[in-house]
Design a protein. Structure first.
Length: 240
């Protein structure tokens, strides 16, 4: 209001508008700016490694993923319902891109989001436990509407680390949504959680109400590097 009141006052005087109209426009600008600031704060607090939206994702390169379903998820009803999402597939197929895009959509819809790699989350949980801050961290995670855990399965954990991660996932059952990306199919998650019993208990909760995307195929990064490496040769061929 401080930034805009003088300008709007001049415009209202020039157009001979009443005080009520002037006050309404000023209030609308204030509300709009507060909304934009709130979205920016939620995105900042989410700790995304980069910002990527769905309009830059090439769905033709991952035909197994349903574009309409992804766009439906971007409306965030699944987060309202405390459901989960798992993107499973080999490296470089766009799992993290889709994950970040859905996380950004959630921030814009007023949801509290937090992004971690699985390794970073486990490291923070173990550090919090050592410093007697685990309960505080678990309480913080419990207030998150959407917890994103990226790259589950890329790095192995200690037994205690796997148990802490299991506790986070189990605590969110029907209380908050989880979005997980993994390079391992569910049948191999026993190697992450170091035992079939813990893995079965986790998957039972996680997949109860869960959308699963299988995103296998050729690595996008590998495809791009191959295309770029062929470019000079292609140019020489054309010149010849």
């Amino acid at each position: 209001m401080l930034a805009e009141y003088a300008k709007l006052s001049r415009e209202a005087a020039e157009k001979d508008e009443g005080y009520e109209s002037y006050l309404l426009k000023l209030s609308e600008l204030e509300v709009s700016q507060r909304g934009a600031n709130a979205i920016a704060a939620r995105i900042k607090n989410a700790d995304f490694p980069v910002l990527k939206d769905l309009d830059t994702f090439d769905f033709t390169m991952t035909p197994a993923i349903n574009k309409q379903k992804v766009l439906e998820l971007a409306r965030c009803q699944w987060i309202e319902e405390k459901s989960n999402l798992c993107c499973v597939g080999n490296s470089g197929t766009g799992k993290t891109h889709v994950t970040i895009a859905l996380g950004l959509a959630a921030c814009r819809e007023g949801k509290r989001v937090k992004f971690y790699t699985a390794a970073a989350l486990v490291n923070q949980l173990e550090e919090a436990q050592k410093q007697y801050r685990l309960e505080r961290m678990l309480t913080m995670l419990g207030k998150i509407d959407l917890l994103i855990v990226d790259e589950l399965g890329y790095i192995s954990f200690s037994r205690s680390g796997a148990e802490l991660l299991f506790q986070v996932f189990a605590d969110r059952y029907e209380r908050g949504s989880i979005l997980i990306t993994s390079n391992l199919p569910f049948g191999e998650w026993g190697s992450i959680f170091q035992g079939d019993r813990m893995t079965a208990a986790l998957l039972d909760r996680l997949t109860h109400r869960c959308t699963i995307f299988e995103m296998n195929g050729e690595s996008y990064r590998f495809r791009e590097s191959t295309r770029q490496s062929k470019t000079p040769k292609d140019k020489k061929t054309q010149l010849a």
